[in-house]
Design a protein around this ligand. Structure first.
Ligand code: GLN
Length: 259
């Protein structure tokens, strides 16, 4: 009896893994235990609007730190990496249907953990506040009642929702919020530290880049979003991340892509 229950449980677990990895649905069990890797292709969702982590490169395809990093991970796992560029707000829900995993400077949050698992984290960031060069905004209280832009569905978006009296303007691309800031339509934009630096550097005389630590914003950890319950995949991706950090590949990519 025990044995039968064991077999049944294994079958249930196997089928739930199959559901959790739609991009490889129907594939045979892979020797390493993850259905996502069974067809030799890891389909990766991203939103190439977040430099230096992901952006559309000169050849029209996604490039950036995250893209190079996931390709290096794919090499470690012995699978081909296929990048799917989509809206940031769709990345989590696409896992298990359109994609296997997502890499997009994505912060680990409790809410996202209801739907997906996360790899070990690979980067720390904090939200920054972009303001016009002549703005007097300098503290969290100064943001109250202001018109603030962000990218839809991001941690910056969630922060603005909590600011007393603030009017939250959500954009599909953070760069569009920055353009509206420069055009005088917004008082501030809240966006992650590294992209904030890149966007501000495009407007050195018009935009100030303020560190969100001075506004009380906490440290955020970026990780790869994974199908819930695919522990074999998580194990292999975590191992690959550790290896790439140990063997200097990670530092090389930081040097190559970060300002
Ligand atoms: N780190 C932020 C988040 O996870 C923003 C990511 C992004 O816009 N690509 O919500």
């Amino acid at each position: 009896m025990k044995k039968i229950i064991g077999i049944l449980l294994t079958a249930v677990m196997a089928s739930s893994l199959m559901i959790g990895c739609g991009a490889a649905a129907g594939a045979k069990a892979d020797p390493n235990g993850s259905k996502c890797l069974a067809d030799g292709v890891l389909t990766v969702g991203t939103n190439a609007e977040f430099p230096p982590f992901e952006y559309v490169g000169d050849d029209g395809t996604p490039d950036g730190f995250d893209i190079a990093f996931i390709k290096a991970i794919g090499e470690e796992l012995g699978v081909e990496v296929k990048i799917e560029n989509m809206e940031f707000d769709s990345l989590v829900s696409a896992i298990g249907s359109k994609t296997d995993v997502a890499i997009a400077g994505m912060t680990v949050t409790e809410e996202r953990q209801q739907s997906v698992d996360f790899s070990t984290s690979y980067y720390n960031a904090v939200q920054h506040v972009l303001v016009p060069a002549d703005s007097t905004i300098a503290s969290y209280e100064d943001l109250e009642g202001k018109t603030i832009g962000c990218q839809l569905g991001t941690t910056g978006d969630f922060i603005i929702e909590e600011i007393e009296g603030a009017s939250n303007k959500q954009y599909n691309k953070a760069v569009d919020a920055v353009n509206d800031l420069v055009n005088g339509r917004l008082d501030a934009v809240i966006v992650d530290s590294n992209p904030a630096g890149v966007f501000a550097s495009n407007y050195p005389d018009q935009v100030k880049d303020l560190n969100g630590e001075d506004f009380g914003f906490g440290v955020e950890e970026y990780a790869i979003a994974l199908p819930k319950g695919d522990t074999a995949l998580k194990e292999q991706i975590d191992l690959a991340i550790t290896k790439l950090k140990d063997n200097g590949t990670y530092d090389k990519l930081v040097d190559q892509y970060m300002e």
